[in-house]
Write a new protein. Structure first.
Length: 281
């Protein structure tokens, strides 16, 4: 099925107010060191307590200096263990791939991370506006498909993006938008999950947010956002991960925030001014 054409925009919102209680310092209700209630004197600090305080300060300064040295800048390696587990929401991975197949990154590692990187990038490519143009669609599918499934995938996507479908969503036969409008179809991965992995095969889910629709005052398909999961079955072809099968389902979908909706011109400007990303980890 086509990727990126199932974006059910949500309009739920919510908000609330909170109160922060600020505690101010006491304003001298009485001077216990010489006030009117007895004239108590501040006890003299003995030398032992003074030495203790100085020692603590010295140790603190030394700890800060050591932390600055070991933390370093970008050119200074960290002393933290390389295998330390990352937080669940942190980005993970060693380095992005260096190769390219046209505009699509290629040359992924033959491990679980490489399979996740490939799946995320392929989800972006297969969920892009290029899939709506017949020539560009063939280039994308050839770049990501395994040789064993190229013909099947190509014919399946051609059927999904038929002229009838393009006309239904307001596009021309070549996938371009009508005059005065901007077509938006962009897939943004939020995370990946390996369901099955072997030496030559991998099943990976890619959780995505997508933008889909047409800008313009006369558009009947305004740009909406939606959440969906793309499932990709990958196979190692001897040098890279390639796609055997793809499928898509709706969600998981979070509650929509209470941001005000932008106008059509602002959305069109953002799409034209902000380039998309690739997602190799």
């Amino acid at each position: 099925m086509s990727l990126g054409d199932e974006h059910d925009g949500a309009s739920a919102g919510g908000g609330g107010t909170g109160q922060t209680r600020t505690r101010l310092p006491d304003s001298g209700a009485g001077d216990v060191y010489g006030g009117v209630y007895g004239g108590a004197r501040r006890p003299a600090r003995n030398s032992r307590s003074l030495i203790t305080v100085v020692g603590v300060v010295v140790l603190l300064i030394a700890a800060i200096a050591f932390a600055n040295r070991s933390g370093g800048g970008d050119d200074t390696p960290s002393d933290a263990p390389a295998d330390r587990a990352a937080a669940p929401t942190a980005a993970t991975g060693v380095r992005p791939v260096a190769g390219k197949n046209g505009t699509i990154p290629s040359g992924y590692a033959r491990d679980e991370q490489g399979a996740q990187s490939a799946a995320a990038n392929y989800a972006v490519a297969l969920g892009s506006d290029g899939m709506f143009n017949p020539v560009r669609r063939q280039e994308i599918v050839r770049a990501v498909a395994h040789a064993d499934s190229l013909t099947k995938l190509q014919s399946g996507f051609d059927a999904d993006y038929s002229e009838a479908f393009l006309s239904q969503i307001g596009l021309k036969a070549d996938g371009s938008a009508p005059s005065g409008s901007t077509f938006v179809n962009r897939t943004l991965p939020a995370g990946t999950k390996v369901k099955n992995f072997a030496a030559d095969t991998a099943d990976v889910d890619v959780w995505c947010m997508g933008l889909f629709g047409l800008t313009g005052e006369s558009s009947t398909k305004p740009v909406t956002s939606g959440w969906f999961t793309v499932s990709l079955k990958l196979r190692w072809n001897g040098s890279d991960w390639k796609v055997l099968e793809t499928s898509q389902k709706t969600g998981p979908t979070p509650v929509t925030g209470d941001n005000p909706v932008s106008g059509s011109d602002e959305i069109a400007g953002a799409v034209n001014e902000y380039g998309g990303f690739t997602y190799a980890r």
